[in-house]
Each structure stands twice: as structure tokens, then as C-alpha cells.
Design a protein around this ligand. Structure first.
Ligand code: TRP
Length: 915
């Protein structure tokens, strides 16, 4: 297949294959939580109460009045509330906010107005500071409703924000001082050392802190800000009590500081902050990790939306480390964290009138190494009934049952930086100290469009709607490249140095080579006008000079050095794109080169996934993969559809996204034929095998039979004999169950039962051809395939995707690496083509009967080595993309090609037959 790899000169087919389509939608509303997919409560319910790292490190500050502390009794590790009858403090988040917000505070110098909230926000505050209060406050029933919703869910969970009532907040303070809880001290050390550097980068900007709590951890920054010039501070917290106390304390300690608080959830505060610029937005205490893996990207997206170019974002996060140290940090010997968890139940007893036996609540902290997060549970040591009088509902919790109360995600610096940079930021400073904890400073970038005179707009497709053109035009080239890079880094995040450096299969490159090649290719096309001899590894990363089979011998640089090179090249490209996009001497990059580089990286992602899938010894699941199966409501479609005779327009004239081999658009007359509605399933393929498919020469082409003889192949590449798990003894030999258990597949390192309705994957063209003959059909020609996938006979025009011209969405096709395996036939009815064929895009590449060649009127571009050198009777065309193909590449005209014997591709079969 051609891929940008081969662009660099002649490479090997298969060096880069796969498509890339419209940029992925980064908005995700579903969150992986905690081990199945569960819809999280709206963001504002889950944030705003975390990250209270009021370290006791910093003396002289106490959030709460002394006398409160003496009221409390420690009993069996549980801090009990004050005696009954004493009213609980007004800052309890479940009750109505009693704080006086109607009385405007006395006018003070700080009333100058740093923030301009909507007119209906109340003004509160105290001497010398203002607090703006969101009129939208939580309903008193919210706690009870949230508990009921969490206990109705499976697995059960409770909303972590309710951990932080007055007792809980106090316990949390004490957690931060425990010897095992290193986070607060590590962060404070980094802040102490880095505050001046951060201020120097950020310049004269208002300091805004999300989840400010008592603002203790912020003092390092406030010191640096105050020392450098006039300074203003905007703490944001839903808890008015803490907020006001913090402002009052800071007022006394920082006489020159302008202080203006926002009493609101992050979600409500961020839009208000959008007009405040320049600002430095601070989010500390690894609170980002409490949002959930997908929600934290979403959260950073709302942060990005509230930032103007030149604003800064400072994030402090805990880093991935060994499980023992992490579990100790969340289960200290003194039992404070356990008491913190138990307090949630004590609070339910206090405020909701439940009667939970607190000594039957066990705190459990578990580090999930695969998901890279600490999960905190309350385990029931005996069964109990939980009655919520306010809602008149009763729940039974079984003995041993675990209720999730919090997750604390741990980060890898590269993945975090990638995730945030893809949103339009650029990292400008960071400190990860000894690798325990990390502080990262990002600058919000301008978002230049490549619309400068010399470059021309990124237009859509002549003859086809400008879907991708619009996306690219709107999303900006930087966002497009950033999106690709983010995924590349996320894909690598779970891998160690040896995984990256070793060539695990002669068919594939060491992954580090792919990375170096991605960087080199980007430098070649975006910095050096396509010069393959561009400095930085011209020879090493030339696919022709070092064919895959020889890449094991290469002395590759250490992965850290390769990553550095990737960053350096990207930064140089960013400079080029950002520098005066208009006006004379504008540095611009031709749109087709941007899409080329982005698609190249996308295609290498699929190549790297192919390499990873070849490893039996590496269970691999990167963080972006969704484990929940796609809806499988509809029945598997095993029938075929009729495609009546008639002409259609094949290919495209688009020059921005399409490769030379997809051009020009031309009319092809296709006689009537039938095409399978869905790809061939494992069930169908097993029937072929059980019918002697691999033994009957008559089913095979001559070359196929020779291949079979040489390789002794007897099943698809990743199939292994026997069931995925030992058969239980009761299954009788020869039974249907045993037949299904005759084989299993290794799916990214995990032995996995074959799903009978899922498309068969990892077959060669020879196998596909033999199967089709056995099934009484044949493989479709490329023209037949494209007509069935893209032609809309009603409009008399081709669609960009089988379902239409709109971009990909998860319900339309199994694309974009959301799942790392095919989904059952029939699972994507919403992605049907005009003729009713399903799963033409995504799931598995489909072998066609056609040799790779040029369309009538073909012209090579940017030069011959891209496609033309592969034309002839050597490579067969594959169509449609797989689950590992980025949606950005998956247009219906995209062509992939490879040797007929190749099986590492995520390739399957769809049969055609005469009408
Ligand atoms: N942001 C803190 C963290 O993830 C919150 C936290 C620390 C926490 N310890 C806890 C939350 C115990 C629940 C239970 O480290």
C-alpha cells in the first residue's frame, strides 16, 4: 500500500497503509468508569471539590475555627460529627447555601472589577475583597438523588464531591500531611522551586485558580506574583465558606494583592473567565486525575475554550509509578484516608438519615496498573440496608460488595502534554522533579488558518462536499497535526523501551523506527520542501534504503531522543505556521502537504498497531480504547444485496486530501452483481475450515496453493488451536460448543474466544479468494466495491462515506481505534451505504480482486514513487479501512494495497456474485 512512507522514495508496500479520514471528534460524553462504561454525572457535579491540598506544611493558616476541631471525637479511626442537636456548618454542600450573598460588601479598592460576571450573580465578600456568587446553587435534595443514582448504577459508585463536607475537608487536610501521601509535598517542592520561572513565562497575568479551597498551595505562586509586580488573584471554588475564608486570610498576608473570588462550579465559572486576559489558570493537586480519563480531556477542552491566545494553563499531576507506593499513599497507616472514605457514609447517616453501620465500611485502595489509576472503594464487611427517607428508597448492599468512591488517575508526561497540546496549547515549561509528580505550564496558541494568499484555503472536494475541507479549515492545521500526534503518543504510552526498540516481526519495523520516520517525513515535507535528504536521519528513515526486513540491524537512537526530535520538528512547523500567516513573506504550507503529513502519521498508527497485534506476549490496551462493545442489537446480516447495472463515478478530483492514486474521478460502467451485506464472519470462515477449505486444491488459485504449501497455514494469522480458556469437562466431544471452542484468537496479546458473528480478520488475499470460491462467489472488483460503498443512485453522485457526506461518528462505523477488534456483523446499521451494504468502512479491510493500478488519466503526485512504482500485477487492492484506521483517512475512495500473502493487515473478506 502506498503510504506516505513510500512517498519518501520507494518503500515497501505495507509500509504505511490505512486511511485517515476527517479529524476525530474529540468530544466524548461517555466515560470509562470504573471498569465498564458508565455515564458520569455532569461535569459540574464531579469537580470543584478536589485538590484541596492545603498542606499542613504551610503554617499559620487554619481553614476552620479552632473550636470546631475540639468538638470532634476520634473513635475507631472515624472522626465523628459534633453531638446531635448542634447544627452542621452552613458550608455543607448538600444544604442550601446560607451564606449571605445579598448584602453588597463595602466598597474597597479591589472593587475595580477583575472579573465581569453576568448581572444575576451576587456580590459577597469581606473587607478588601470581592466574591462573585453564582445564583445557581445546588438543590438540598441533590445529595440524596446522587446517592440513589450511584447505587442504582452497576458497578455502584458514589459521587466523590460529597467526600468534602467540613469533616471530610478536615480529614483531607490531614491526608496531605501523612508520610505516605507524597503528592502535596512533591507539588509544593516543585512550586517553590519553579514559581519564579512560571511567573517569568506567564508575565503580568491574573492568577486564576480552579478548586482553590484554602489557597494554601497557591502561596508559592502568589509570592512570586507579588514579588514581580502588581498582582491579582481569582480563586474559584463552589464552597463559599472556604472561598471567603481563603480570601480573608490572603487579604491579611498579601496587602498589595487584588483578590476577587468566584463562588461557582468550574463549568459555570469558565465562561465567565473567558474575557479575563491575560491570565494564568492554575489546576493543582492532581485534581485532573479525579475527573476520569475521558472527562479530563473534555475538561481541558472547556479550559481551552476559556483561554485567549497568550494565556497560560498550569497543571499539577501525579505521575505513573509503582503500585505499592501508590496504594500506600491512598491507604495511610494512621487510617486517615480510611476515615475519609468512611466519613462519606457517616455523612449520609448525618444528613440523609441513613443508618449505615460505619464499622462495616472497609476502605480499599487499589491501583489498576492497566488503567493507570487508583480506585478507591468502600467495601461492605457485612450486608446492610440503606434507606433514604427523603426519596423513600431502600438499597441492599451485599457483604463483600464494593462501592467506588473516587478514582485518581496517574499520568505519563508525554500523554498529558499531547492531550493538552492537541487542544491548541504549547508546553512552555515543566518540571517533573525526580519523576514523582509533575508541573506543566502551557501557553494558549493563536489558531492561524492556512488561508494566506500563497497557500489558498483548504478547500473541500470538487464534486464532493467540503466536509474535510471545512473541518480542516475550522480546526486549523495545528489542531489537525496536534490531534494526530496526541494519538501517536497515547498509543505508545503503555510501551517500554524494549517494546519500542526491538523488531518483533520481520514484516514490521521496530516501533521506534516508525516514530523517527514520522518525524523525518514531517521535516521533509513541511520544513524542507520535500527534500528526502533533509537532515536528521535521511538514510536511516528512508524506507527504501532500509527495507523492513533489515530494520532489526539498525542502530536506532534511544526513544527519548527520537521523541525529542519529534517535538523539535513539530515546534519548528508550529513556528512556521504561526509566523505571520498573512502578509508579505508569509510562511505558509500548502494544504495538501499538511493533510499528507497528518494522514501519514495516521497511517503509521495503524501500522504500529499491526506490529503490536503480532505479539502474543504483550497484552496491550491503550487508554483511548473503549471496552464497551458497540450496540449489537440488529441480527447479523448474512444476505447479499443487488447492485443494478449502470455507470457510476469512481475516484475523485480532490487535491487536498486524496492521494494521486484516487484521481481522477472517472465514469465506470458496472454490470449488475450481488454483494454480501456484511463482511464474512468467524462463523462462516469456520464452516469453510471444517468443510476442508484448506485441504481442497480446487478452491485455491495456483499461487494460493503454493503459498499454502510453503506456509502450512491452516487458519487466519492470529487464530490458535483450542478454546481461549480450558473447556469444562461436561462439554461432549463433537458438540457444537466444542466446535466453537476449537479455535480462539490472540487479540492484542490476549487469548480471546472467537465471536461467531464478528468479521473474520487477518486473512491473506489467497485465503479470501479461496473462501469466496467455496462460498459460491468471488471477490468483488475494486469498481464494484466502490460503487456499492459510495454511489448514491438517487442523487446520481458519490458519497464521501458509505452513510453520506457527514463525518464519522461512533455509531456509523468501527473506525478510529475506538475498539481494537472488529464488531459483529450488523452492529452499524446507521452506517449503511445507499444500496444497504453494512460495515463497508471500518472493522476490516476488504480484499478486492483488482491489481493495484492507475485510473485512466492518472498523474503521479507529488512524484512517481508515491504510487506509480507499485502499479502492476504485484499488489492487490484492499478497501474500506479497519477498526485501526483513523476516521480522517477512511473516505470511500481511499485505496490500500499489499502483497496477496500478507496477513498482518486487519483484513477480511466480502464476497460478490453474479446477479
Ligand atoms: N486529588 C487527590 C488525589 O487524587 C484527591 C485524593 C487524595 C483523594 N486522597 C484521596 C480522594 C483519598 C479520595 C480519597 O490524590
Amino acid at each position: 500500500m502506498t503510504t506516505p512512507t513510500t512517498l519518501a522514495r520507494r518503500g515497501e508496500p505495507g509500509d504505511c497503509k490505512s486511511l485517515a479520514f476527517p479529524p476525530t471528534d474529540t468530544k466524548v460524553s461517555k466515560v470509562e468508569y470504573p471498569s465498564r462504561s458508565v455515564v458520569l454525572p455532569p461535569l459540574r457535579d464531579h469537580i470543584g471539590r478536589h485538590g484541596r491540598h492545603r498542606g499542613n506544611l504551610l503554617k499559620g493558616y487554619s481553614r476552620r475555627p479552632r473550636e470546631r476541631r475540639t468538638d470532634e471525637v476520634i473513635s475507631g479511626g472515624v472522626r465523628l460529627p459534633p453531638p446531635a442537636g448542634q447544627s452542621w456548618p452552613p458550608w455543607s454542600t448538600s444544604g442550601p447555601v446560607l451564606f449571605a450573598v445579598d448584602e453588597p460588601p463595602p466598597a474597597r479598592p479591589s472593587d475595580a472589577g477583575v472579573v465581569a460576571p453576568p448581572a444575576d450573580w451576587k456580590r459577597a465578600g469581606g473587607p478588601g475583597f470581592v466574591v462573585h456568587v453564582d445564583p445557581v446553587q445546588e438543590s438540598p435534595l441533590a445529595f440524596a438523588l446522587s446517592v440513589a443514582a450511584g447505587l442504582d448504577g452497576r458497578p455502584r459508585r458514589l459521587d466523590a464531591r460529597y467526600l468534602y463536607d467540613a469533616v471530610g475537608s478536615d480529614l483531607f487536610d490531614r491526608i496531605t500531611a501523612q508520610p505516605e501521601y507524597y503528592l502535596t509535598r512533591a507539588e509544593d517542592g516543585l512550586l517553590a522551586a519553579g514559581a519564579r520561572a512560571i511567573r517569568a513565562r506567564a508575565g503580568l497575568a491574573t492568577l486564576v485558580e480552579l478548586g482553590s479551597g484554602t489557597s494554601t498551595k497557591t502561596r508559592r505562586l502568589l509570592d512570586a506574583w507579588s514579588a514581580a509586580g502588581p498582582a491579582a488573584y481569582v480563586p474559584v471554588d463552589v464552597d463559599l465558606h472556604f472561598l471567603t475564608q481563603a480570601c480573608a486570610t490572603l487579604r491579611a498576608d498579601y496587602p498589595g494583592l487584588v483578590i476577587e473570588g468566584l463562588g461557582a462550579s468550574y463549568e459555570r465559572a469558565l465562561p465567565v473567565l473567558a474575557d479575563l486576559t491575560p491570565k494564568t489558570l492554575v489546576f493543582l493537586g492532581s485534581s485532573l486525575g479525579n475527573l476520569g480519563w475521558r472527562a479530563h480531556a473534555e475538561f481541558c477542552g472547556s479550559v481551552a475554550a476559556a483561554m485567549a491566545p497568550g494565556d497560560h494553563f498550569l497543571v499539577g499531576v501525579d505521575l505513573v509509578k509503582d503500585a505499592a507506593r501508590l496504594e500506600a499513599a491512598y491507604d495511610d497507616a494512621a487510617g486517615v484516608t480510611a476515615a475519609f472514605t468512611r466519613n462519606l457514609f457517616a455523612r449520609m447517616n448525618r444528613e440523609l438519615g441513613t443508618n449505615i453501620p460505619l464499622d462495616a465500611v472497609r476502605h480499599v485502595a487499589f491501583y489498576d496498573v492497566e488503567r493507570e489509576r487508583v480506585e478507591i472503594f468502600a467495601e461492605a464487611l457485612q450486608s446492610w440496608e440503606l434507606h433514604l427517607p427523603a426519596l423513600d428508597r431502600t438499597f441492599r448492599v451485599a457483604r463483600g460488595e464494593r462501592i467506588l468512591t473516587e478514582v485518581s488517575h496517574k499520568f505519563r508526561p508525554e500523554a498529558l502534554v499531547a492531550m493538552i497540546e492537541r487542544l491548541g496549547f504549547k508546553q512552555v515549561w515543566s518540571d517533573v522533579g525526580d519523576g514523582t509528580f509533575g508541573l506543566f505550564l502551557f501557553r494558549r496558541m493563536a489558531t492561524p488558518l492556512v488561508t494566506a494568499s500563497s497557500a489558498g484555503p483548504l478547500s473541500g472536494f470538487p464534486g464532493r462536499p467540503a466536509v474535510d475541507g471545512r473541518v480542516l479549515g475550522a480546526a486549523t492545521p495545528l489542531a489537525l497535526l496536534g490531534e494526530m500526534r496526541a494519538r501517536t503518543l497515547e498509543l505508545l504510552a503503555p510501551l517500554g523501551e524494549d517494546d519500542l526498540q526491538r523488531q518483533h516481526s520481520r514484516l514490521m519495523s521496530p516501533l521506534a523506527w516508525d516514530l523517527g520516520h514520522i518525524a523525518h517525513f514531517e521535516a521533509q515535507w513541511l520544513l524542507h520542501q520535500g527534500d528526502a535528504a533533509a537532515p536528521g536521519g535521511a538514510e536511516l528513515y528512508d524506507p527504501q534504503a532500509t527495507p523492513r526486513a533489515r530494520r532489526a540491524e539498525l542502530a536506532l537512537p534511544a526513544t527519548a531522543a527520537i521523541r525529542r526530535r519529534m517535538r523539535e520538528v513539530r515546534h519548528a512547523v508550529e513556528e512556521k505556521l504561526v509566523t505571520k500567516p498573512c502578509g508579505p513573506g508569509a510562511a505558509t504550507v500548502a494544504p495538501h502537504l499538511l493533510t499528507l503529513v497528518a494522514q501519514h502519521e495516521a497511517q503509521h498508527q495503524e501500522t504500529m498497531l499491526q506490529a503490536l497485534a503480532l505479539r502474543d506476549d504483550l497484552p496491550y490496551r491503550p487508554a483511548f480504547v473503549t471496552t464497551a462493545p458497540a450496540a449489537t442489537g440488529s441480527r447479523p446480516s448474512t444476505d447479499s444485496v443487488l447492485i443494478p447495472a449502470g455507470p457510476f463515478v469512481m475516484g475523485t478530483d480532490d487535491r487536498t486530501w486524496a492521494y494521486d492514486n484516487e484521481r481522477p474521478a472517472h465514469q465506470v460502467h458496472v454490470p449488475a452483481f450481488r454483494l454480501d451485506r456484511a463482511p464474512v464472519t468467524n462463523r462462516g470462515y469456520l464452516a469453510f475450515m471444517r468443510d476442508g477449505g484448506y485441504q481442497r486444491q480446487a478452491l485455491w488459485s495456483a499461487a494460493g496453493w503454493r503459498w499454502l504449501d510453503e506456509t502450512q497455514a491452516r487458519a487466519p494469522q492470529h487464530w490458535r488451536p483450542g478454546p481461549a480458556a480450558p473447556l469444562d469437562g461436561r462439554r461432549r466431544r463433537g458438540s457444537a460448543e466444542e466446535a466453537a471452542g476449537e479455535w480462539h484468537a490472540v487479540v492484542f496479546g490476549r487469548p480471546t474466544p472467537l465471536h461467531p458473528d464478528a468479521p473474520v480478520v487477518h486473512v491473506s488475499w489467497f485465503e479470501a479468494d479461496a473462501y469466496a470460491r467455496w462460498a459460491g462467489g468471488r471477490l468483488p472488483t475494486e469498481a464494484e466495491w466502490e460503487k456499492a460503498a459510495a454511489w448514491d443512485p438517487t442523487r446520481g453522485a458519490a458519497r464521501r462515506y458509505p452513510w453520506g457526506d457527514d463525518g464519522w461518528a461512533p455509531g456509523r462505523a468501527n473506525l478510529d481505534q475506538r475498539h481494537l477488534e472488529p464488531m459483529p456483523a450488523g452492529a452499524f446499521a446507521a452506517g449503511s451505504s445507499a444500496y444497504g451494504c453494512q460495515q463497508m468502512a471500518g472493522d476490516v479491510w476488504e480484499w478486492t480482486d483488482t491489481w493495484f493500478g492507475g485510473y485512466p488519466g492518472y498523474e503521479s503526485f507529488p512524484y512517481k514513487e508515491y504510487s506509480e512504482v507499485f502499479f502492476g500485477q504485484t499488489y492487490r487492492v484492499l478497501r474500506g479501512g479497519s477498526f485501526a484506521t483513523r476516521a480522517m483517512v477512511a473516505r470511500a475512495t481511499f485505496r490500500n494495497w499489499d502483497y496477496p500473502q500478507r496477513r498482518q493487515i486487519f483484513a477480511g473478506i466480502r464476497c460478490a456474485r453474479g446477479a
